[in-house]
Write a protein that binds this ligand. Structure first.
Ligand SMILES: Nc1nc2c(ncn2[C@@H]2O[C@H](COP(=O)(O)OP(=O)(O)OP(=O)(O)O)[C@@H](O)[C@H]2O)c(=O)[nH]1
Length: 330
């Protein structure tokens, strides 16, 4: 291997900080949007439908070393929302989240500014209490949606939530380590979030090469893009019944070097025949639309034109069957 092929790590000295942060919060709290805003590129999948972020997707914020700043790397681990489990998939997801959280340096608890604190938030706060000595920063998201006076009230309520759940035995400090209002959409206070999180990272050499925005395998991101496309405009009950696997991803042989084409074969798994019919649509029209939306996303992600071959398959009861869940990557 020549030196050119080795990944380049950012310059650093002993003051450099690097570590992991994970955002939690109930469905639709704004975790993925905030991840994207901090990283500055679309890595996590956002959707207006709740509970669509299933995989652990990392984005990396790089702060280069300058005369003013020692430089830092913030690795964002995006998790599904913690919620009361109702199915095997639900409890697997919660386990996955707890596992992830026990390994990160800081947890960012996203609480939307425009929704009253409810049982879902208290459930999550109760879960976080199980992780003693873990700093938790409250991120009050979507501040652009409410007037300042309402925000002040929400900040007080959030502070109260932290004091009720995150104090007591084993907890170093009472309540949240910090409470930061932020709007990912308006770009307000996103720098403050980054600064605050970086300050809480341990001193460490860089963990990833420069410019590496995500280490999520492309295959999983492609599956997520297909899933996101399939979720557009479908009925409310359908989202939980869709999973996507990427069967094969190969460069088309014999293409000229400057005109590559990637062949992608993917399967959309649903639970029932009726759902299959919805996904395929009249005369295959919906599937065609899903294909072209997903293809655009994949092309943007990889910078290569793609030929996307999509199949729809009924995998009965995949949410309740551990073997099938494993095969679908959960
Ligand atoms: N106005 C406004 N809307 C936001 C903001 N952040 C997120 N949203 C919207 O809130 C909805 C949910 O945002 P997501 O980032 O997908 O939320 P999430 O917490 O990742 O959701 P799950 O994947 O369901 O866990 C989307 O429609 C976003 O566009 C914000 O700062 N301002």
């Amino acid at each position: 291997m020549t030196d050119q092929l080795l990944p380049e790590f950012p310059e650093h000295d002993e003051e450099y900080r690097a570590g992991f942060v994970s955002f939690v919060g109930r469905p639709n709290a704004g975790k993925s949007t905030l991840t994207n805003a901090l990283v500055g590129e679309k890595v996590a999948i956002t959707s207006s439908k709740p509970q669509t972020t299933r995989h652990t997707i990392r984005g990396i914020v790089h702060r280069p070393q300058t005369a003013q700043s020692p430089g830092a790397q913030l690795v964002l681990v995006d998790t599904p929302g913690l919620h009361r489990p109702r199915t095997l998939l639900g409890s697997r997801l919660n386990d996955l989240v707890i596992d992830t959280l026990s390994e990160v340096d800081v947890v960012g608890f996203c609480l939307p500014a425009d929704e009253k604190i409810g049982p879902g938030d208290r459930f999550i706060a109760g879960q976080l209490h199980k992780l003693p000595h873990k700093p938790v920063v409250a991120l009050v998201t979507k501040t652009d949606t409410i007037p300042r006076s309402a925000l002040a009230e929400q900040l007080i309520a959030v502070d109260q939530l932290g004091r009720e759940h995150l104090s007591g035995e084993g907890q170093q400090a009472a309540g949240f380590s910090a409470i930061i209002p932020v709007s990912a959409v308006a770009g307000e206070q996103t720098d403050v979030v980054t600064d605050e999180l970086i300050a809480m990272m341990p001193k460490s050499p860089p963990l990833y090469p420069s410019g590496d925005l995500t280490d999520e395998p492309e295959r999983v991101m492609i599956a997520e893009l297909v899933r996101e496309a399939a979720l557009e405009d479908v009925r409310d009950e359908l989202p939980h019944s869709i999973a996507v696997t990427v069967e094969e991803m190969l460069p088309r042989p014999g293409r000229p070097e400057d005109k590559p084409l990637l062949d992608v074969h993917a399967t959309i798994h649903v639970e029932r025949n009726s759902q299959k019919a919805i996904i395929i649509g009249r005369g295959g029209s919906r599937l065609k639309q899903i294909g072209s939306t997903a293809r655009e996303g994949i092309k943007k992600l990889l910078g290569t034109p793609v030929y996307l071959d999509l199949h729809v398959k009924v995998t009965k009861e995949w949410q309740r069957d551990p073997k099938k869940l494993n095969r679908l990557g959960f």
